[in-house]
Design a protein around this ligand. Structure first.
Ligand code: ADP
Ligand code: MG
Length: 158
């Protein structure tokens, strides 16, 4: 487990950008945290690290938005609006999870058992001082390797 403390949007996006430089096809990244925690903000930084120039916005009305102009395709998903209906309304998630791009999923908890076993889970918490605490955990060897690389390229401040 790795923790980053950030005070500004730029700092959050710098961590995300470092991760964006490391991710590989088939990586699955789950973003947990309340509304306004910074999940979409983080995804924008990750997209920058992939070299994506198209602006990344909240995909609330599309569920899945694909960005193809970077080093690796980015599949940005936001399950919030579908919530519990997400599992029943199978949108072919597996084509994305096991596809040629990296999947970044906001509110992935609603997808439950549809998620691959090996995931990088990033939890963003809003601190009382207005900053954010980012906690990274891996649930398999691929995510663990990525997290190790991230710790090397983007050292934690403590
Ligand atoms: N350190 C920080 N890291 C990330 N976002 C921050 C930070 N400080 C303030 N913010 C603000 O918090 C909000 C996060 O919104 P957003 O990324 O859309 O959240 P979510 O996708 O989790 O609902 C943005 O308005 C952003 O500017
Ligand atoms: Mg969002």
């Amino acid at each position: 487990m790795t923790t980053y403390e950030t005070t500004t949007v730029d700092e959050t996006q710098a961590v995300a950008q470092a991760l964006g430089k490391l991710v590989q096809p088939g990586d699955v990244i789950c973003l947990a945290g309340d509304l306004g925690a910074g999940k979409t903000t983080f995804t924008q930084g990750l997209a920058k690290g992939l070299g994506i120039e198209e602006p990344v916005s909240s995909p609330t009305f599309t569920i899945i938005k694909e960005y193809d102009d970077g080093r690796v395709p980015l599949y940005h998903m936001d399950i919030y609006r579908l919530a519990e209906a997400a599992v029943q309304e199978d949108l072919g998630y597996e084509d994305y999870f096991y596809g040629a791009g990296v999947s970044v999923i906001e509110w992935s908890e609603y997808l439950a058992e549809l998620l691959p076993e090996d995931r990088l889970v990033i939890t963003i918490r809003n601190r009382e001082d207005g900053g954010r605490t980012l906690t990274f955990a891996s649930t398999g060897p691929v995510a663990a390797a990525r997290l190790k690389e991230l710790s090397e390229s983007c050292p934690t401040s403590h």
